[in-house]
Design a protein around this ligand. Structure first.
Ligand code: KIV
Ligand code: ZN
Length: 513
């Protein structure tokens, strides 16, 4: 019998700390449902004290998810922990994950606390959290740069106070595999009652070693890995869930553990997260990249045709490739449309909502014969836009671009209900469209990123555009999809502006005291 490796997904919390990747409550709910379908053990649903919106998201996920444990992050303060406790209260299984920094540099420069004070605060935090749930996890932030003796001391104290999971984060991605494994091995050997808790790791990818470090830790006793879909997360991101899960499964000969993950849900989860956050997946990304199972060279193709295992160590279908089957077309009816949305885990709020979405689906099916799951997901993402995210709306557009002529965009927008029209020239039609929008909106924001991706294959595919805007230190990503990429670009630009317009202030758990 192998040990169980607990998969703790933090896409909705650490993943959301990626610049511009903030998600709405409904988007988070959809990702949480997909994680549950994939049989993730623990879903870190957010940082409840960050804002009212974050609190509501964690609570909504705690209400909706029945199979996975729902967790909220909390700094080691009574107020944060109370907020987390309230947010996870409806969960069938709820966890509070509390943390405090333990490296000399963080304690001295960030917390301005002595090591004794840090231990005392951590112990108090466990006591506060235990008032809400028995399932309490403790993290020593920046453990990767902390002193081993101090880690052993604080872990002993929080275990005695009632922590059930001890997490060892390499917060700044500084460790290398053999050294990180040695740290974990020593801690497990020397901390009293180490066998009463689950040892967990949480590795960042600053040196590209997050997965390698996590797997090295698993080989010496870690039984929980914290990870994210597509490796999303602060800076260079976290360990990617798909790589951890498939490494453990493919190399069952060397890992003494198994996960409970339904691996066929991996690619759908990756696509959903990419669509919602607007973070494209690089084609050569392991497991979920478009080329992960593509063989280019003739020798490889020949080998695979003769015997697949000559060049393939995993089967594409085992991770969910091929799941984007053709689902609907122009002649599909309302019932087929509804049934597919339900299968995709997309909630239909009312008959009116369904009718509206179905009308948009028919418009899309007129332009594009084959409608794939990804098209439906993008369509329903636009449908899910709430009124506060619709201060600016594209009513109509006209673009002119001809060889030797200056491109021109003419757009009509609804701005808080009033209709506004503008025209502008640009170096290309997208530039002209953004200038026309800005001539109406005067947002004062800076364009940081513009990217276009085809949602599916074929020249009739919808283009999905991500636009990242920054204003007064806040960064927001917007997405838009359309068969016309200039229209998709204008929609994405407006989506980012709407998020900046609606934006509520949220705290980053790891910044400040
Ligand atoms: O990277 C980190 O240290 C974290 C902790 C809050 C677990 O995200
Ligand atoms: Zn982290």
């Amino acid at each position: 019998m192998k040990d169980k490796l607990i998969i703790f997904d933090t896409t909705l919390r650490d993943g959301e700390q990626s610049p511009g990747a903030s998600m709405t409550r409904d988007e988070k709910l959809r990702i949480a449902r997909q994680l549950e379908r994939m049989r993730v053990d623990v879903i870190e649903a957010g940082f409840a004290a960050a804002s009212n919106g974050d609190f509501e998201s964690v609570r909504a996920i705690a209400e909706a998810i029945k199979e996975s444990t729902v967790c909220s992050l909390a700094r080691a303060s009574e107020a944060d922990i109370r907020r987390s406790g309230e947010a996870i209260a409806p969960a069938a299984r709820g966890r509070i994950h509390t943390f405090i920094a333990t490296s000399p540099i963080h304690m001295e420069k960030k917390l301005r606390m002595t090591p004794d004070q840090v231990v005392e605060q951590a112990v108090k935090a466990i006591g506060w959290a235990r008032q809400f749930t028995d399932d309490v996890e403790f993290s020593a932030e920046d453990a990767g740069r902390s002193e081993l003796d101090f880690l052993a001391r604080i872990f002993e104290a929080v275990i005695a106070a009632g922590a059930r999971t001890i997490n060892v984060p390499d917060t700044v991605g500084y460790n290398v595999p053999d050294q990180f494994a040695a740290t974990l091995r020593s801690l497990i050997e020397r901390v009293p009652n180490a066998d009463k808790v689950v040892w967990s790791v949480h590795c960042h990818n600053d040196l590209g070693l997050a997965v390698a470090n996590s797997l090295a830790a698993v080989r010496v006793g870690a039984r929980q890995v914290e990870c994210t879909i597509n490796g999303l997360g602060e800076r260079a991101g976290n360990a990617s869930l798909e790589e951890i899960v498939m490494a453990v499964r493919t190399r069952a000969d060397i890992f003494p553990v198994e996960t409970g993950i339904d691996t066929t849900q991996i690619v759908p989860a990756s696509k959903l997260v990419s669509q919602i956050t607007g973070y494209p997946v690089q084609p050569n990304k392991a497991i979920v990249g478009a080329n992960a199972f593509a063989h280019e060279s003739g020798i490889h193709q020949d080998g695979v045709l003769k015997h697949r295992e000559t060049y393939e160590i995993m089967r594409a279908e085992d991770v969910g490739w091929g799941a984007n089957k053709l689902v609907l077309g122009k002649l599909s009816g309302r019932n087929a449309f509804r049934a597919r949305l339900i299968e995709l885990g997309i909630e239909i709020e009312s008959e009116e909502h369904l009718n509206h979405a179905f009308a948009r689906f028919k418009e899309l099916a007129d332009k594009k014969h084959e409608i794939f799951d990804e098209d439906l997901t993008a369509l329903m993402r636009d449908e899910a836009v709430t009124p506060e995210l619709e201060h600016y709306r594209l009513l109509s557009s006209r673009f002119h671009s001809e060889t030797g002529e200056t491109p021109l965009a003419a757009i009509t927008l609804a701005v808080g209900g009033a209709e506004k029209h503008a025209e502008a020239e640009g170096s290309g039609p997208v530039d002209a469209a953004f200038k026309a929008i800005e001539s109406v909106v005067s947002s004062g924001s800076e364009l940081l990123l513009y990217s276009v991706n085809a949602i599916t294959t074929g020249t009739d595919a919808q283009g999905e555009v991500t636009v990242r805007l920054s204003r007064s230190g806040r960064v927001m990503d917007g997405q838009g999809a359309d068969t016309d990429i200039i229209v998709a670009s204008a929609k994405a630009y407006l989506n980012a502006l709407n998020k900046l317009h609606a934006g509520t202030a949220r705290l980053n758990p790891q910044v400040g005291p």
